[in-house]
Design a protein around this ligand. Structure first.
Ligand code: FES
Length: 104
């Protein structure tokens, strides 16, 4: 099983906000919303749009390419044209540092 990898200091991502990191050969978007951190693969399941470039609306990220929506808390697809969930990854915060573990 992959290990947790440090992404950044918690203070580096505003609330609400997001940032993209490369972790274990994955591009991962880390979100900070309402005091919690979440992580999704930085790839829309419709056609590979970079979700980290999308607009954040509450707990939804909107793909910048064709407007699909995903729930940042679990990667569930919420709006077409995507029809498949995007992978979500495990996040923990320890001593002000954000760590991500890739879910394979
Ligand atoms: S690539 Fe994301 S909606 Fe098309």
């Amino acid at each position: 099983m992959p290990e947790f990898v440090r992404a950044c200091c918690a203070s580096e991502i505003p609330d609400p906000g997001k940032a993209v990191f490369e972790i274990d050969d994955h591009f991962v978007v880390v979100f900070h919303v309402c005091g919690q951190f979440y992580a999704l693969e930085d790839c829309c399941t419709h056609d590979g749009g970079e979700l980290g470039q999308g607009r954040l609306e509450g707990f939804q990220i909107i793909c910048p390419r064709h407007g699909a929506r995903f729930d940042i808390r679990n990667g569930k697809v919420l709006a077409m044209p995507a029809t498949t969930d995007t992978p979500s990854h495990e996040v923990k915060v320890e001593q002000g540092e954000v760590f991500v573990r890739i879910r394979e």
